[in-house]
Design a protein around this ligand. Structure first.
Ligand SMILES: [Fe+2]
Ligand SMILES: [Fe+2]
Length: 426
């Protein structure tokens, strides 16, 4: 079926679905108006030959990867009803038939919120994929962060190949990741699940998105900006597809030419993103382009005029650095512990390469600098943390080792934390 035909059927389906809802509210279910409307809806599904999905993401309504803008008048009422039922996503399957539509209408009339499924129809939270249905049937479907991986892979190939609807998918995926970030108390719990999984490109993209979402939320950034940061984070390395695998996975030192090939990925990534169709925040390609640029002007790509990277790119740079050094790679045989990785971030922040505000928020989220933790200070002394820093996680109350002075590191003329020592069990 051509894209034009599909669009025509979807248009008809929306019209008929709106009519059915209106008819059902006015007449009893046996009334010919209701029956005819249900029959027409069922016919659209049979013709479409595959499921039709309608989802709500924030204020936007998406039908089959296409944002409905503006929302057709005739759909408004039924969409309000879906919202009242807490159905973020509904899926009509080809086998639904007249009976299925009438059952959906009845359910809407009863108005009891929560997930619902019947022959040819599933409604509930945004994550309505095959695994969910299995789960509802009581089969042992895998759950958790790792199960998002195939969808991330699919989305990345959509972006690389410039397929339509890729942004809608990206938004869905980042919202699912976001759900995991909020559900877990500890920001490490979702990313630990992927630690032993070897598809680095995808696990790294997901982890950087999860960490960046956590930082953005902690900073109370507006929801739209959190979304843009999340999508930028998940796509930040999309330009790496142009790097030959033997260069990308090469253990040991890279030649100057190889390094040059690798350093092109932010430029290539931004170009891939800019060539995509569909609406997307302008921050997304900027994040891809600038995630290796540093606050002090070092890093790459080099521009003729030096400028400070966009704050969203500086935020993602912190998550990117953290996840990269926490992972075992061919050129990095052992990964850093959380304290070791935090120490690297602190060093980069003190050298004005990573932005200190994002590093500080990160330090708070990782919970590495807490009472009992041993740290090394910039004056060379060692100390133990007594209490969390109130305004800055990197400026706690400390006691210099061996019964020395007690110091509030947020006060002027006190040293900085230079590194964090491992606990015995790390
Ligand atoms: Fe990168
Ligand atoms: Fe990266």
């Amino acid at each position: 079926m051509s894209a034009v035909d599909e669009k025509a059927i979807l248009g008809r389906f929306m019209l008929e679905l709106g009519r059915l809802y209106q008819a059902y509210r006015m007449y009893p279910s046996g009334n010919p108006h209701v029956q005819t409307a249900a029959d027409r809806c069922a016919e659209c599904l049979r013709e479409f030959q595959k499921p039709i999905r309608i989802s709500r993401m924030g204020e936007e309504v998406v039908i089959e990867n296409e944002v409905l803008s503006p929302v057709p008048k005739q759909l408004e009422k039924i969409l309000e009803a879906f919202k009242a039922m807490q159905w973020d996503s509904v899926r009509f399957l080809p086998e639904i038939g007249v009976r299925g539509f009438l059952e959906v209408m009845l359910r809407l009339k009863e108005g009891e919120p929560g997930s619902f499924s019947t022959v040819g129809f599933v409604a509930g939270s945004i994550n309505l994929d095959e695994e969910d249905e299995e789960e509802e049937k009581g089969l042992n479907a895998p759950t958790g962060y790792l199960t998002l991986m195939p969808r991330v892979q699919e989305m990345m190939s959509d972006i690389r190949e410039g397929r339509k609807g890729a942004w809608v998918r990206a938004r869905e995926i980042t919202r699912l990741i976001s759900g995991h970030v909020m559900a877990g108390q500890d920001i490490f719990s979702p990313i630990m699940e992927l630690k032993d999984y070897d598809e680095y490109t995808f696990t790294h993209a997901m982890n950087v998105a999860a960490l960046s979402i956590a930082v953005a939320r902690r900073m109370d950034l507006p929801e739209g900006l959190v979304d843009a940061v999340a999508i930028g984070a998940i796509c930040h390395d999309v330009g790496k597809e142009k790097i030959p695998l033997e260069v990308l996975h090469k253990p040991g030192r890279l030649s100057d030419e190889e390094r040059e090939v690798i350093n092109r990925h932010p430029v290539d990534g931004a170009a891939i993103i800019m060539n995509m169709k569909g609406e997307m925040s302008p921050i997304v390609p900027v994040i891809a382009f600038e995630h290796h640029m540093r606050v002090d002007g070092s890093g790459y790509p080099k521009l003729p005029v030096q400028s400070t990277p966009h704050p969203a790119a500086m935020l993602v740079a912190v998550s990117d650095t953290f996840d990269a050094i926490r992972t075992v790679r061919p050129y990095q045989p052992s990964a850093y512990t959380p304290a070791g990785a935090m120490s690297v971030l602190i060093k980069e922040s003190r050298a004005n390469r990573l932005h200190p505000v994002f590093v500080s928020v990160f330090a708070r989220l990782t919970g590495v600098i807490v009472p009992g933790r041993h740290v090394k200070l910039s004056d060379g002394s060692r100390a133990v943390v007594l209490a969390d820093g109130e305004y800055d996680a990197l400026q706690p109350l400390i006691e210099i080792a061996d019964g020395g002075e007690i110091m509030d590191l947020s006060m002027p003329r006190t040293p900085d934390i230079e590194s964090v020592e491992d606990m015995l069990d790390e």
